[in-house]
Structure formats: structure tokens, C-alpha cells
Design a protein around this ligand. Structure first.
Ligand code: NAP
Ligand code: GDD
Length: 339
């Protein structure tokens, strides 16, 4: 069978980097869309550029807000599978830049799907939806739960979810909606709450930081491990027909529980270091998310293995190691700078 070609939007993000690794291990040829930035933004995939030949892994410049760039790269690559992960993915930030969020997260999919249609391509497409779409709908949430978005981000994802279904039924586009609940890892962005907590605990432990300032400690989230969730994305595109799938652990924990578990690993009393500030509260909060992934288990054979304490441990250990290396590096640089 000839090697399949995959295109990943959002390849520089947490999920994109794990997915690129997974697809390369499965012998795909992988292209990732990288957007222009004034600083290097390929930190999560630089190891792949170093290890993998450019005939197997390469990037193409593009932006979800620029339809012409998407058309050009679709014409160039003619992918067999498209994993559409690119998005302005921070919920609180979406209240500050709602128009851009709607453009990138909502209209970005329109541009991609129209590009595919204009070129008469027939790829299988994965669309990254979100458990945030359920918003105020009570847990447990599954594929039949009402969509009650509570942020510009979630509203844009609901638009993209419906758009995918319209193209599926109207044009026969092969597109799957992955409704993933929160998934985390050492590669998680530092402004999402889990990484903010594990990084701060490591820095406090090493004497680099005095306190951790958070918002709502009582929100409940269903936190899984990102490498397992990108495997679910791949499985969705190998199914006999496109569908909508919830991916979740089925367990939820509060932000405070995440704090407690991390600080316990650090051997620190969290109450001495954590304070709350209304600056981190959202205009509308999603109180409780807990997913039911029975359909994915049945149809895709997918189920998570890494549990909550294990996830916290993985992230805490990675941040402690990273901060130690940075500290030693800084000390070495400081010593070298002494005349
Ligand atoms: P992430 O780390 O924030 O990565 C987002 C990616 O999108 C980055 O590569 C980013 O590029 C890119 N991007 C942003 N705006 C873009 C634009 N205008 N044009 C092209 N690329 C753009 O997100 P993630 O955690 O990997 O999540 C992947 C997808 O799954 C997102 O769509 C997210 O909304 C969705 N999702 C995530 C979770 C979760 O818990 N992680 C759960 C449900 C759904 P830069 O690196 O240059 O910023
Ligand atoms: N980011 C952040 N920073 N969140 C905080 C903080 C803080 O200082 N303090 C408390 N929180 C609370 C938020 O109010 C929210 O209830 C919870 O921690 C999780 O926040 P995030 O880690 O920012 O994630 P999210 O749940 O809003 O969104 C993530 O998961 C979605 C899937 O449910 C993102 O990855 C989205 O892109 C994704 O769709």
C-alpha cells in the first residue's frame, strides 16, 4: 500500500506535536501547517525536524484566517487525511478576542472545506470539536447531550461542529467530529490551568517563585492524557464511516484537587502558596464537565489508561526536571559571564 499523506493544522500545538509523532510511527508522510510568528513557534516539533527526513515530515506556511494560503497548500499536498487542530484554543482569551476566535476557529473550517471542495479532493477529515460545546449542560455529557456554549470559543466550535455535519450530509464530505474533553501533558501550554499549576509548584520547590495565583478552584474537569487522545483522532479516521465521538475518561476532578495532588508530590502545603484573584475568573464559567466515551469504546475500541494521579505525576515530574535544567543552565551562564 502506498504511504499515506496527512496534513495537520495546529501541528505546533500540544496535540499536533503528539499526532505528528503517532502518524510518523505509522509510516505516514506528514505535513504540518505553521503560521507566521515574530518568534520561533516550533519548539514542540523541532525534535522531529532534527530526526526525520524532510521527505517524511515537513511544514508549510499557512493561516486559518487566510483562505488563499489553505487553498495553495491543499493543492500542493493533496492529503489523504486532514487533521484540523488549529485554533485559538484558550477559553478566557476568547472573551478578549472574540472576533478573531470566531474567524480562526469557526470560519477557518469553512475555508478548509471549501478549499477541499474546489479542488475536488476526497480526504478523510478530523475536526477538533470540544467538550466546552456542552457548556452548561449537566454531566455526564455524551454525543446526545445538548450544546449550550458559554464562551466565544465554545460558540465558534459549535458552529464548526454543525458545519462539518452539513458538509457531511450535503456534499458527502468524509469528516468526523472529535468532541474531546480536556487532555493535558508536559507539552500543554503554560497558561492552561494544569500546566500553570505543575510549573508553578516546580518553581516554588526550587525557590524560583513565591506564589501561584489562580481563578475558580471549584470548576470540575474531566482530565485525560493527550498522547492517548491523539490516538482516538487517528482511530476516528480509520472507521468505516464518519461520525461524532466523545473522548473522555469518565472521571472529573476540581481545579483544587489538581492543586492538592501536585503540591502533595512537591511536599508543599498548597494553602501557603496559592491565592485566588478575580482577574482569572471568566464572564461565564463552565462548572462541570465529565464525559461518557462509551460510543468510542464500542465503535473505535478506544479507552484511556492514564488516570488522574498518574497524569498529575507525569506533568509534575516533567516540570521539575525542566525547571532544574533551566536553573542549572542559568547558573552555568551566570558563572561563565563572570569576567
Ligand atoms: P494548542 O496547544 O493551543 O494549539 C493550537 C494550534 O493552533 C497551535 O499550533 C497554533 O499555532 C495553531 N493556530 C492558532 N491559530 C491559528 C491560525 N490562525 N492559523 C493557523 N494555526 C493556528 O491546542 P491543543 O491543546 O493542541 O488543541 C488542539 C485542538 O483541539 C484545538 O482546536 C483545540 O481547540 C481543541 N481541543 C483541545 C482540547 C484540550 O484539552 N487540549 C480539548 C478539546 C478540544 P501557534 O503554535 O503558532 O500558536
Ligand atoms: N487557564 C486558567 N488559568 N484556568 C483557571 C485558572 C487559571 O489561572 N484558575 C482556575 N481556572 C479554571 C478555569 O476557570 C476552568 O474552569 C478550568 O480551570 C480549566 O481551565 P483551562 O485549563 O484554561 O481549560 P478549559 O477547560 O477552559 O479549556 C480547555 O479544555 C477545553 C475542553 O474542555 C482548552 O484546552 C480548550 O481548548 C478545550 O476545548
Amino acid at each position: 500500500m502506498p504511504r499515506r499523506t496527512a496534513l495537520i493544522t495546529g501541528v505546533t500545538g500540544q496535540d499536533g506535536s503528539y499526532l505528528a509523532e503517532l502518524l510518523l510511527a505509522k509510516d505516514y508522510r506528514v505535513f504540518g501547517v505553521v503560521r507566521q510568528s515574530s518568534v520561533f513557534n516550533t519548539g514542540r516539533i523541532d525534535h522531529l525536524f532534527e530526526k526525520v527526513d524532510s521527505s517524511r515530515f515537513d511544514y508549510v506556511r499557512g493561516d486559518l484566517t487566510d483562505g488563499s494560503s489553505l487553498g495553495r497548500l491543499l493543492r500542493l499536498i493533496k492529503p489523504d487525511e486532514i487533521y484540523h487542530l488549529g485554533a485559538q484554543s484558550h477559553v478566557q482569551v476568547s472573551f478578549e478576542i472574540p472576533e478573531y476566535t470566531a474567524d480562526a476557529d469557526g470560519l477557518g473550517l469553512v475555508r478548509l472545506l471549501e478549499g477541499v471542495r474546489e479542488l475536488d479532493l476526497r480526504p478523510r477529515i478530523y475536526n477538533a470539536c470540544s467538550s466546552e460545546m456542552f457548556g452548561s449542560a449537566p454531566p455526564p455529557q455524551d454525543e446526545t447531550s445538548p450544546l449550550q456554549p458559554c464562551s466565544p470559543y465554545a460558540a465558534a466550535k459549535v458552529f464548526a461542529y454543525h458545519l462539518a455535519r452539513v458538509y457531511r450530509s450535503g456534499y458527502g464530505t468524509w469528516i468526523a467530529n472529535g468532541i474531546l474533553f480536556n487532555h493535558e501533558s508536559p507539552r500543554r501550554g503554560e497558561r492552561f490551568v494544569t500546566r500553570k499549576i505543575t510549573r508553578a509548584a516546580a518553581r516554588i520547590k526550587l525557590g524560583l517563585q513565591d506564589e501561584l495565583v489562580l481563578g475558580n478552584l471549584s470548576a470540575l474537569r474531566d482530565w485525560g492524557y493527550a498522547p492517548e487522545y491523539v490516538d482516538a483522532m487517528w482511530r476516528m479516521l480509520q472507521a468505516s464511516e464518519p461520525g461524532d465521538f466523545v473522548i473522555a475518561t469518565g472521571e472529573s476532578h476540581s481545579v483544587q484537587e489538581f492543586v492538592e495532588a501536585t503540591f502533595a508530590l512537591a511536599g508543599l502545603d498548597w494553602r501557603r502558596y496559592v491565592r485566588t484573584d478575580p482577574a482569572y475568573l471568566r464572564p461565564v464559567e463552565v462548572d462541570a464537565l465529565r464525559g461518557d466515551a462509551s460510543l468510542a469504546r464500542r465503535v473505535l475500541g478506544w479507552q484511556p489508561c492514564v488516570n488522574f494521579p498518574e497524569l498529575v505525576r507525569i506533568m509534575w515530574e516533567a516540570d521539575l526536571q525542566r525547571e532544574r535544567i533551566l536553573l542549572e543552565g542559568t547558573a552555568a551562564h551566570a558563572a561563565a559571564a563572570v569576567p
